[in-house]
Design a protein around this ligand. Sequence first.
Ligand code: NAD
Length: 352
Amino acid sequence: MKILVLPGDGIGKEVTASAIEVLKTLVPDLELDYGLIGGSAYDETGSPLPKETIEKIKKSDAVLLGAVGGNKWDKLDHTLRPEAGLLGLRSHMQVFANLRPVKIFKSLIGSSTLKEDVIEGVDLMIVRELTGGLYFGKPKGIETKGAIKRGFNTLEYTTPEIERVAKIAFDLAQKRNKKLCSVDKANVLESSRLWRETVEEVAKAYPDVELSHMYVDNCAMQLIRNPKQFDVILTENMFGDILSDEASMITGSLGMLPSGSLGEGKGLYEPVHGSAPDIAGTGKANPIGAILSAAMMLKYSFNKADEAARIEQAVDKVLSRGIRTPDMTAGAKEVVGTEAMTKHIIDEVKKK
Ligand code: NAD
């Protein structure tokens, strides 16, 4: 099992170190390699995604990423900014399906801004298309005509792009509660009309999965009104970007949330949060999002669902004892830093 670790910037370095410590406890044959990405890669090599990193991906089975970005690099040309490294990585690895589980840990119910009866038992999975749509469509740019500037992007999807991500979502729904809600804006957008038609076609191969469609504006509302109605949500890139951040708040803290991105080749796993420059280096970062991302890696890239479940249960146990990092202090009995939280989780994993 060869993993390429890309710690990135800010707390990315701290939380990936935690995730690797937890993995080492469970996987004896773990082989690790490390590479550069983001602002730290730019500082060392002049590129946010150096060639050496691309080479290292070829030799690995899966990639674990921390986070990229920071004020220091905000003024660079957009092609050199840390985020360009991240988009380049996703595009290079052709990880077109981003999986974001939103599951509420019982002990964290008090940390959410939503009412307990609304969120208790929420367990949904957002599948976001990751390598197409508005973020990648061409033409794009800002042009100047006389005194007027025009900014433009292109929103387009092809049937193969929709089919491949839909299949991943249907496969997941089949293993879960067999419900899939496809989210679009088919009342206004042509790309959404094709999205809906294509998802309907893919659904024919999954008669046991109940398919529904929802407009994105309604979905934004339903996620807050009654998130328990959802099992798997499938949507395009930009809608998924927005809806998954909204859904993340159901669970209380951004620092808790993992993600995995799948394609036809290797998987890319990363916590949902950014590099948190405001707390980087203070030892306060919540490592759970990264640790749960490592658990997703075990499950989806290495078929080790039991080991993944052990990590999830260990996190649950530690949280139920009232141990918390400073980003989620509601109901805390003991507030600890990154290292101590990691150690508590490792101790629980070892107990099983
Ligand atoms: P952020 O996620 O880094 O931080 C938002 C807030 O949440 C901050 O107050 C931060 O302290 C807190 N937070 C985030 N993760 C935490 C954790 N694990 N534990 C405790 N607290 C945590 O988002 P931002 O502040 O908007 O962005 C900071 C930088 O990160 C920017 O450069 C941005 O572009 C980048 N970013 C990168 C990614 C990524 O690499 N995938 C994602 C989002 C933002």
